[in-house]
Ligand binder design. Structure first.
Ligand code: 13P
Length: 283
């Protein structure tokens, strides 16, 4: 079933676990993630970057996510990832997103608050929860990312905007880490406490060592984004098929290993985040 961001995050909050949020790029990655969620009976978030909401791709991709989520027996939220402006948010809502991220982290604090609050108020009208970001989570290729999220600013941000969850910068980055990251777990705890228990979001989930992910969840992370690992799993599966002399060129058969590879990755992350078996439970 298709559920809202606040509903799915509320499930994680109640059960002290984390919802894995998978970035998808095509029908095959959607199929792999949903097959994993159904097999493991897990609630999941399926999310898209704003560039996928254009006329060429969004027209095919978004209806496929919505239809697949509606026919599934596990809770699935369809989420816009890193929406930069109201324009992308409007498009995402039109395409059926049930969760919105407004990423105003490139702006100064006051501008970020004003933009995020405006989007929260807009989305409230149709019952869609909003994720905000404070402390800009960049790429692993950026030079310095040492301006970690301040607990005091986070408290003020949450109070002024009304976001349902907050993405934080605590040693994480997008892409494959050049060396294993060291998450600031104490800071996650401090942000959680300062914001009165606001559900926190960890971007850059690909390649964070399992023990750190578990510690981050224990400290208050309730949504973890996984993008690069989905791409790698899909590419590895495709490569394996290309190297198979008995492969079929019929595209649906050709894609089977790639779908299975995404499914296996998703099962791994569903298990790691504690979401397995939680689809039907009240905890
Ligand atoms: P990775 O690509 O590093 O997994 O990050 C994904 C992400 O945070 C999307 O917002």
């Amino acid at each position: 079933m298709l559920v809202s961001l606040q509903t799915i995050i509320g499930m994680a909050e109640k059960g002290n676990y984390c919802i894995p949020a998978f970035n998808v790029y095509n029908t095959e990655t959607i199929m792999g993630v949903i097959a994993a969620a159904e097999e493991k009976k897990a609630p999941v978030i399926i999310q898209v970057y704003p560039r996928l909401l254009n006329e060429e791709v969004g027209f095919y991709l978004c209806p496929a996510v919505v239809a697949a989520a509606q026919r599934s027996d596990v809770p699935i939220c369809f989420h816009l990832d890193h929406g930069p402006t109201e324009w992308e948010v409007m498009r995402a809502l039109r395409w059926g997103c049930t969760g919105i991220m407004l990423d105003g982290s490139v702006h100064d604090f006051d501008q970020n608050v004003a933009l995020t609050r405006h989007i929260v108020e807009t989305c409230q009208a149709i019952g869609v929860g909003v994720e905000g970001e404070l402390g800009h989570v960049g790429s692993v290729n950026d030079d310095a990312m040492d301006e970690f999220t301040s607990p005091e600013e986070a408290a003020e941000f949450v109070k002024q905007t009304g976001v349902c969850c907050l993405a934080v910068l605590v040693g994480n980055a997008h892409g494959h880490y050049k060396k294993p990251p060291k998450l600031d777990i104490d800071r996650i705890k401090a942000i959680r406490e300062a914001t009165g228990g606001t559900p926190l979001v960890l971007h850059g989930g690909s390649g964070i060592p399992d023990e750190q992910v578990k510690a981050a969840i224990a400290a208050g992370i309730r949504k973890m984004n996984i993008g690069t690992d989905v791409c790698c799993a899909f590419a590895e599966g495709t490569k394996a098929t290309l190297n198979d002399p008995n492969r079929s060129l019929a595209v649906d058969l050709f894609m089977k290993v790639a779908i299975e590879s995404v499914k296996n990755l998703a099962i791994e992350k569903i298990t790691l985040t504690g979401a397995a078996g939680k689809a039907l439970s009240n905890e």
